[in-house]
Design a protein around this ligand. Structure first.
Ligand code: ADP
Ligand code: MG
Length: 303
């Protein structure tokens, strides 16, 4: 087990930012941590990385209590904080040298910096000052500082926020590559990002976990009992015939030939739609089950 969060509560003044939160993250998992602004994501990440203490509860990283062993734990964790604070006046290499010094990398420093510049794709910009870099490259420097001591746990707080679509894909690919060998927990507002790279999704709202499952199964946390099928026929069909099929709950036509059919979750009406079409001498041009998107699940659980 890489991360174990046990009954964590965090109170700022009179506000409860986290309320009795528990979860475990296994070694090698890539977990998406989702929630609306103010849900408590950054607070949770700061507690896991030992930057702030919890009000109650315990966190273990690689079986070590993060409060009691904060120095050892920091060596095991790479952390990209929200808004990626960097020293804009420093040169890229100068900054990475400085971070390597904090982790006391000693003789390995030079080769490690060269490796990390290579891994994060910083080579062509390595001679610049951080303040001169584009946001995408600054984010790479942020990832480089998080990775320089070769931690096996990565905590990334909105790593792609503020990047353009191309930069987002680049950073996402980088995280996927790095994530092959490490345990990763990342927060984001981009649902496709989670669908693309996270095995598992945890959704938090008002300091409470409202869903925690594999990304594929996370829709189970919503109470929607229906599924939706989209059918295209080659010509107009009598909608009453569709409505009469067993298991059909609701029929809605998108246009002459396209229909949205809502059905009971446990009945597959697709064969019956085919039979009906054959009897009516109509051709089914396409038919798909519409899977519930993470986006839908997120809205339902956090609205
Ligand atoms: P998220 O990262 O999900 O947007 P945060 O963890 O940053 O959420 O914040 C959770 C809640 O705690 C918010 O209501 C925020 O205003 C509050 N909060 C965060 N940091 C502090 C702080 N240092 N002092 C007081 N309140 C804070
Ligand atoms: Mg945050």
């Amino acid at each position: 087990m890489s991360i174990e969060v046990k009954n964590i509560t965090k109170i700022y003044g009179t506000q409860k930012a986290l309320n009795n939160v528990s979860f475990k993250i296994n070694t090698g998992e890539i977990v998406g941590f989702l929630g609306p602004n103010g849900a408590g994501k950054s607070t949770m990440m700061k507690i896991i990385t030992g930057f702030i203490p919890p009000s109650q509860g315990e966190v273990f990283v690689n079986e070590l209590d993060v409060v009691e062993n904060s120095l050892e734990v920091r060596e095991m964790i790479g952390y990209l904080p929200e808004n990626n604070p960097l020293y804009h006046e420093m040169y890229v290499k100068e900054y990475l040298n400085y971070v390597a010094g904090i982790y006391k990398l000693g003789k390995q420093t030079k080769s490690r910096i060269d490796d990390i510049i290579d891994i994060t794709g910083l080579a062509i910009e390595q001679k610049k000052k951080i303040g001169e870099l584009s946001k995408g490259y600054r984010q790479r420097v942020g990832l480089a500082q998080a990775l320089i001591h070769d931690p096996n746990v990565l905590i990334l707080d909105e790593p792609t926020s503020g990047l353009d679509p191309n930069q987002i894909i680049e950073i996402r690919n980088l995280i996927t590559k790095i994530g092959k060998e490490k345990t990763v927990m990342l927060s984001t507002h981009i649902m496709q990002e989670v669908e693309a790279i996270c095995d598992r999704t945890i959704i938090i709202k008002n300091g409470v976990i409202v869903a925690d499952d594999t990304t594929k199964n996370i829709h189970k946390y919503t109470d929607d009992k229906f599924q939706t099928i989209i059918v295209e026929f080659d010509k107009k069909i009598d909608f009453q015939l569709l409505e009469k099929l067993e298991g059909v709950v609701k029929v809605k036509n998108i246009d002459e030939q396209n229909w949205l059919i809502q059905t009971e979750d446990n009945i597959d009406v697709r064969p019956k739609i085919f039979d009906l079409a054959v009897r009516q001498k109509i051709t089914v041009l396409s038919m798909q089950k519409r899977e519930k998107r993470l986006e839908d699940v997120f809205h339902e659980l956090t609205k």
